[in-house]
Design a protein around this ligand. Structure first.
Ligand SMILES: *Cc1c(COP(=O)(O)O)cnc(C)c1O
Length: 355
């Protein structure tokens, strides 16, 4: 049995209250546009993000893809970070399905592309080149909120060159909550800079399925056509929209709890010799493990009911199904791995009771 699953904030189970909201949701057929729960969610997230319209999507990947295809035509190009989700982790969908050429650029440790690099990558209007059409940014990036000044400068630069802007905001609520104060106002400050934003309900917000693409009515109308084409026209999806709606109403402020638990974990792990903890600004903690012991540590933790991901650098993600006791258990198990002597730990811990 897995007791402390820190692989991702996608592993959460819907709460009892969320399941009740799903059971109570009035349903229709969303392909006909008459599912009241989907329509209510779309109106709600459009209002929260201050955009004209929103579209409920099956996943963040589908939402980013349909967003990029709504912004770009065949033969257009988008500028994107070398390690950004919309370039590296979405199966090349924009290129495969949209005939949109990515122009990936190097990012620094905070995920930022240099403004000079962005400017230099924008192609002149010349038949030799793809038409540079869109800038894609991601916030949070590896659990780090992007500095507001950078978001402002990068989107200003894009606008000066006539580029559209899309934010992959899978975890943008984490960025908004991390800033402190009014999370919904913080969210507006971020997304106001972009023409479109994609937000995941199935990560820290704790819904089982779904994302939303938000933007102008015209953009969303184009995206709806692409969504149908990629198989995302769902029917009684109000069942899922109700879960997302519940998450927006009840699970935003509590992201601060996930951030506090990530801090607790980071602090606990930072005292352990052999580990170096990278900053935990929201709900993701990256840890570098010395001497190539990452995989051994990972399997040691797995045997004790603590799950994480990674190889050289391990990744721990907090979420609404983890509590302080679970975090302390994860710290204790990691401590034991190093204090028992990493090489012997594997055999010794094999029979240990699972937490
Ligand atoms: C998870 C994630 C996505 C994609 O979401 P899926 O629902 O898994 O398709 C996109 N961007 C970022 C930054 C993500 O973390």
């Amino acid at each position: 049995m897995t007791a402390v699953d820190l692989r991702s904030d996608t592993v959460t189970q819907p709460t009892v209250a969320m399941r009740e909201a799903m059971m109570a949701a009035p349903l229709g057929d969303d392909v006909f546009g008459d599912d009241p729960s989907v329509n209510a969610l779309q109106a709600h997230i459009a209002a929260i993000t201050g955009k004209e319209a929103a579209l409920f999507m099956a996943s963040g990947t589908q939402s980013n893809l349909c967003g990029m295809m709504a912004h770009c035509d065949r033969g257009d190009e988008y500028i994107v970070g070398q390690n950004a989700h919309t370039y590296r982790y979405e199966g090349g969908g924009a290129a495969v399905l949209g005939s949109i050429q990515p122009q990936p650029l190097a990012q620094d440790a905070a995920g930022l592309m240099r403004l000079e690099d962005i400017a230099a990558a924008i192609k002149p209007d010349d038949p030799h080149f793809a038409r540079t059409r869109l800038l894609c940014l991601e916030n949070t990036w590896n659990g780090q909120p992007m500095p507001q000044a950078y978001l402002q400068q990068a989107t200003d630069l894009a606008r000066q060159h006539g580029l559209a802007t899309h934010l992959d905001g899978a975890r943008v609520f984490n960025a908004a909550v991390a800033r402190g104060g009014d999370a919904f106002q913080n969210l507006r400050d971020i997304v106001d800079l972009f023409d479109s934003v994609s937000i995941c309900f199935s990560k820290g917000l704790g819904a089982p399925v779904g994302s939303a693409l938000c933007g102008s009515r015209e953009l969303i109308d184009r995206a709806r056509r692409w969504r149908k084409m990629v198989g995302g026209g769902l029917r009684q999806s109000g069942l899922l929209a109700a879960a997302a709606h519940h998450a927006l109403d009840h699970h935003v402020a509590r992201l601060a709890d996930d951030h506090a638990l990530a801090q607790r974990l980071a602090q606990g792990l930072s005292n352990i010799k052999g580990l170096s903890v990278r900053s935990a600004q929201t709900n993701i903690v990256f840890v570098d493990v010395a001497d190539g012991l990452g995989p051994d540590l990972l399997s040691h933790l797995e045997r004790l009911g603590v799950r994480a991901t990674g190889l050289i650098g391990l990744r721990f993600v907090t979420h609404l199904d983890v509590d302080a006791a679970g975090i302390d258990h994860a710290i204790a198990c990691t401590q034991a791995f190093f204090s028992e002597g990493a090489s012997q730990t594997a055999s010794r811990s094999a029979g240990t009771a699972v937490y």
